[in-house]
Design a protein around this ligand. Structure first.
Ligand code: LLP
Length: 380
């Protein structure tokens, strides 16, 4: 990708989205999944809920994976059909459940019996039947950052395996619930296909055990989690959807006619967005040089929260490279985008690009310090 000087003229800090790349990514994910009949995609809205992007994503026929009542409403506004919306989350409140039921979404992914009981009561009151998939914690380690791993027993997500049969039995007795499947999501930013292979094998085992007791489901949902290459934003900007779907097609033993659902978020949008910032000051320490940006951790939280790496580039300079700590203006030590980053020699006013921030960037921005929210601009 080459940057023209329009980027240098954008008011900063802002997110700059490449819609051409988004389209190419969507075309690729739709093609790769359509090789396998019965595969369905629900974009994880939490990764980026920007309406401009959501409208593009829905136009490629994907469904939506939502985690709040407001995400359900946003997805509907942006063209996702209710029949392709799934709604997950450890704790849905009554109003959110009513919103989802009133709009006849496809399925609730539910993580506990108490929540399914509440959905049952509300559905009864509204003269509806709620379709539910139970989120199971399969105890498979995603080998990713501990804040974004979700499928091992010591975290709060899903129904534990030892409890699954009891919960299924109890849910089957509820008169306003139709139990249609199981749901899994073991973590995010997973690039090792062996992790997904382990998930497939574990799900095969779980289903076989249930089948022997006469329990089968028409739907299975493997969640999201496919990672991207943060080190090389110019390398392969489209995630490896081919290997991802191949892994499930090869190792997952689907019962006849079962529909298989996926909820990719990051892999769809991460490379399509960059955070653009300007250099306020270059500050010389005793041993280090600091580049102070006009963007802070309120604009992009990932480095502060997960020590996440994003490639950083000075597009305004072709002078020899120097090492800098790239920091934001906020009074927190964690307001740092990268340490010892090699950048073409930096001056005040230079334009800095923080790459691959289309996922969990804009959507996690806040007004901490009463700062403005970052702007948004588009190309393609
Ligand atoms: N489905 C469920 C149930 C999820 O919890 C998530 C993400 C996804 C799908 C989408 O996962 P993806 O394909 O994007 O990996 N804020 C963190 C990531 C948190 C992910 C939480 N769950 C980050 O910036 O890395």
């Amino acid at each position: 990708m080459t940057y023209d000087d329009t980027i240098g003229r954008l008011p900063t800090p802002c997110y700059y989205y490449n819609l051409e790349l988004l389209d190419a990514t969507l075309k690729n994910v739709a093609e790769e999944s359509s090789r396998y009949p019965g595969f369905h995609l629900h974009y994880a809205v939490k990764a980026n809920a920007n309406p401009v992007l959501l409208k593009r994503i829905s136009s490629f026929g994907l469904g939506a994976d939502c985690v709040s009542g407001n995400e359900v409403l946003r997805a509907l506004e942006c063209g996702f059909p209710a029949g392709k919306i799934v709604y997950a989350g450890v704790g849905k409140n009554d109003r959110e459940i009513e919103t989802a039921l009133a709009n006849d979404i496809f399925c609730f992914n539910s993580e506990s019996l108490p929540e399914v009981e509440v959905i049952n009561n509300i559905a009864g009151r509204m003269h509806k039947t709620a379709r539910v998939a139970l989120r199971v914690n399969p105890n498979v380690d995603a080998n990713t950052h501990h804040y974004i791993t979700t499928g091992i027993e010591e975290n709060k997500f899903g129904i534990y395996l030892y409890d699954l049969e009891r919960v299924i039995g109890a849910v089957q007795k509820l008169s306003h619930i139709e139990l249609i499947g199981l749901h899994f999501h073991i973590g995010s930013q997973i690039t090792d296909m062996n992790v997904f292979r382990s998930l497939c094998l574990k799900v095969n085992e779980i289903q076989e055990k249930l089948r022997r007791q006469g329990i089968t489901f028409p739907h299975i949902n493997f969640g999201g989690g496919l990672g991207i290459d943060y080190d090389r934003p110019y390398g392969e900007p489209i995630a490896d959807f081919k290997s991802y779907f191949e892994t499930f097609a090869r190792f997952y033993e689907a019962p006849p006619l079962q529909q298989i659902h996926f909820e990719p978020g990051r892999a769809i949008v991460a490379h399509c967005g960059d955070l653009i910032a300007k250099v306020l000051y270059v500050k010389e320490g005793k041993k280090k040089k600091f580049v102070v940006l006009d963007a802070g951790m309120n604009d992009l939280l990932r480095p502060a929260l997960y020590q996440a790496f994003h490639k950083i580039e000075n597009i305004a300079s072709d002078k020899p490279e120097e090492k800098y700590d790239v920091v934001g203006p906020i009074c927190e030590s964690s307001d740092c985008f990268g340490k010892d980053v090699l950048l073409n020699s930096v001056s005040r006013g230079d334009t800095i690009v923080i790459h691959s921030t289309g996922a969990y960037g804009e959507v996690m921005a806040s007004q901490y310090n009463l700062r403005e929210l970052p702007g948004t601009f588009y190309t393609g």
